[in-house]
Design a protein. Structure first.
Length: 103
């Protein structure tokens, strides 16, 4: 797991053909806006989160965010324990995001 800044995130993701953006916020939070082309799996679902993550391709590079960076950090740690090799945590989360968004 690596904590990366918005700038690092945007630089890496543009050149990463193996990238998956994972939003671990709640449905309500996602309705307020999100980073385009993301996959949403709410980390607060507990076992259901783990079950859904287990279905993902472990060879991909996961760019993970939440509202502030705390839950996404937890998601990165959990996913690393599950065998995912490359996870990036967005420092500051969606609250600090200044890049493109969708609703």
């Amino acid at each position: 797991m690596a904590d990366i800044t918005q700038e690092e995130w945007q630089e890496r993701i543009v050149n990463d053909d193996n990238a998956v953006i994972l939003d671990v916020r709640t449905e309500e939070e996602v309705e307020e806006g999100f980073i385009p082309k993301m996959l949403n799996i709410d980390i607060r679902l507990g076992q259901e989160f783990l079950d859904e993550v287990e279905k993902l391709d472990k060879s991909k590079n996961y760019y993970i965010y939440c509202r502030s960076g705390a839950r996404s950090g937890q998601a990165c740690a959990l996913m690393n324990q599950m065998g995912f090799e490359t996870t990036y945590n967005l420092i500051g989360g969606f609250m600090a995001w200044e890049g493109e968004t969708a609703e």
